[in-house]
Ligand binder design. Structure first.
Ligand SMILES: [Zn+2]
Length: 602
């Protein structure tokens, strides 16, 4: 057995090689169950291709098995994650996936996580859960072991299986119930320390995604159930994505729609009457209805009123949300503004019970007087508006001449509306926003002292004061990287793996395995490439050349070396999966050629 060293960008990588190892990299014995046709239930490209290329198989909704090719790809992703975490001083842990309920109750997230958390009881009846993330476990270690500022900063990480009971698992590896994540946590004595740790992680993430061959953007995002003061999401642009991103090509502003805002043109309303006037609107149920004859009230002149039931500080609250008629409420922004842990639209009976009218005739005027405990929250786009039209809280009637600040008792003003393409950039003077689909591939949070305070993780400062440790949390999904890499790198023939993630560097295809000369040349080249430190798959199957080429294209190995009749002239064909260019290369030059191509820049 030999252990040739290959010098990578970050020092030596050990590549194991043995006779048994060689045997296992022959396609005739390697388990690659490719499929000719797209599986019927697969919708997004990555899902189809990962199944067709024999990389994963579904066990149950949102639960997948990695087959040997998939495991090789996942290990490459994890290797890049390790190298980049270690480079910024990260120390690798491995924490349990099974957690006692107590630590989640201490942080307050036992309730917050709701149905998304897999919960179970042990044989004694104690509550347990499967970890969705590990802030609680890492914080419990820190509070027991770290006493002084002298022990800080610390950067801890792990690569672990996580669980999330998704309501609607779908799209292959995009929304899973069990998945692999790299999660990292930083512990600092103060805010400045956190800022440095956060910046380190941000740079490490940029290197990770670049090395994985993914085109990404960094956007502002909601912190959601993680809490904390600041967060940045790393997203990959793809139509398969579930996130919507608003970005400005002029100044680079980019934000998830759950956080994005835009600049609205100022509207100068004409002065209205001294008080709102009621008028009959028989059959009018929607904003749209009121824009038609005989009313002709433009949507920008209307107030949209929506009733929600929110859970705030553990209590159920009835909330009336007000927006401009042509604006759409964004529920994540709304949830964040309320600090709510749960939110749902009210049912028809709940609405009638609250405002004595149906959904098409609601309004904020007089609502507070009628129902003192209703919370009225208005979108900033309504600020300063007057002479507007809204429901009268009386079926088939509306009010006009409404001056928001004069006539409605607003409890809270907030940014609630959904940004749309073509609106003005909030940051620069001339840019307009474009909204596109993307998928989240990583997320970094400044947690601050949320967990250290609730769980009592403190240290002594240099001047002897006891302070909560200042934390950050940083996550990357392995399956997300694999999915994004496929979504951004494929063609009609299959996957085009970025070299860094490809399950093999090269494939040697023997066109006719029954021809002893070809077989011998293929076997020799296969061994020579392995000795040169390359990971090679030998296609030694007794199949037609066309079938082998199709399969190689489908699984997406970057370089294919074809051993065919030209071997009589000591020539082989080198096919580049990315450019689809084929060229003849002399047999005695092919090893160094492929070595240079496959390992450059890795
Ligand atoms: Zn801009």
């Amino acid at each position: 057995m030999r252990y040739p060293l290959v010098l990578g960008e970050n020092g030596p990588l050990l590549r194991l090689e043995s006779e048994r190892g060689n045997l296992s990299m022959r396609w005739s014995q390697f388990f690659i169950p490719t499929l000719r046709e797209d599986p019927a239930d697969a919708e997004v490209i990555s899902h189809k291709l990962l199944l067709r290329a024999g990389i994963v198989r579904q066990l149950s909704a949102g639960i997948y098995s990695y087959l040997p090719l998939g495991q090789r790809i996942a290990l490459k992703v994890m290797q890049i994650l390790r190298e980049e975490m270690n480079r910024i001083g990260g120390q690798e842990f491995y924490l349990p996936a099974l957690h006692p309920a107590e630590i989640w109750k201490e942080s307050g997230r036992w309730d917050v996580m709701g149905d998304n958390m897999f919960r179970l009881k042990d044989r004694k009846g104690a509550d347990m859960c499967l970890g969705m993330t590990h802030e609680e476990v890492f914080t419990s270690i820190a509070r027991n072991e770290i006493r002084s500022y002298k022990q800080l900063p610390q950067v801890w990480y792990q690569i672990q299986t996580k669980f999330r009971d998704e309501a609607r698992p779908k799209s292959g590896l995009m929304r899973l119930r069990t998945f692999i994540m790299k999660d990292a946590y930083s512990f600092d004595v103060d805010r400045e320390g956190l800022d440095r740790s956060f910046a380190d992680q941000r740079e490490a993430y940029q290197r990770i995604f670049t090395r994985c061959g993914i085109q990404f953007s960094i956007v502002e995002a909601s912190s959601g159930s993680m809490g904390g003061s600041e967060s940045r999401e790393f997203v990959a642009k793809t139509d398969a994505g579930e996130d919507l991103i608003a970005s400005c090509s002029n100044c680079g502003y980019a934000a998830n729609l759950e956080k994005a805002t835009s600049r609205l043109p100022t509207i100068e309303d004409e002065a209205g009457p001294a008080a709102p006037e009621e008028f009959p609107t028989p059959g009018v149920r929607t904003i749209e209805d009121l824009t038609r004859t005989p009313y002709l009230v433009p949507a920008v002149g209307q107030i949209k009123s929506l009733v929600y039931i929110a859970t705030v500080n553990g209590e159920s609250r009835r909330v009336l949300a007000l927006l401009r008629g042509d604006h759409q409420l964004h529920e994540v922004k709304f949830t964040d503004a309320l600090g709510a842990t749960g939110l749902r639209p009210a049912h028809a009976e709940e609405i009638r019970d609250l405002l004595r009218a149906s959904a098409g005739s609601l309004g904020g005027v007089g609502a507070k007087k009628a129902v003192p405990d209703v919370l009225i929250i208005a979108d900033l786009g309504l600020k300063g508006r007057r002479n507007m039209t809204t429901g009268a809280n009386k079926d088939d009637h509306h009010l006009r001449g409404v001056d928001i600040e004069r006539d409605i008792q607003v409890d809270q003003w907030a940014d609630l509306r959904t940004v749309t393409s073509g609106e003005s950039c909030p940051r620069c003077d001339t840019g307009t926003l474009e909204v596109y689909k993307a998928m989240e591939i990583g997320h970094i949070f400044k947690l601050g002292t949320k967990y250290s305070e609730s769980m009592g993780a403190t240290v002594l400062t240099q001047d002897g004061k006891q302070v909560p440790i200042v934390m950050g949390s940083y996550g990357i999904g392995v399956e997300r990287i694999i999915t994004a890499a496929v979504e951004q790198n494929y063609d009609a023939d299959g996957i085009i793996w970025p070299r860094t993630l490809a399950p093999f560097d090269a494939i040697v295809t023997i066109t006719n395995i029954k021809d002893a000369k070809l077989r011998e040349a293929g076997e020799t080249l296969y061994r020579d490439l392995q000795h040169a430190g390359l990971e090679v798959l030998l296609d030694d199957r007794d199949e037609r050349a066309g079938v082998k080429f199709k399969d190689a294209d489908l699984i997406g190995i970057p370089y294919r070396i074809t051993i065919g009749r030209k071997i009589a002239d000591s020539l082989v064909e080198l096919f580049d999966r990315q450019t689809k260019q084929t060229e003849d290369v002399k047999l005695d030059e092919i090893v160094s050629r492929v070595q240079k191509l496959a390992l450059a820049g890795m």
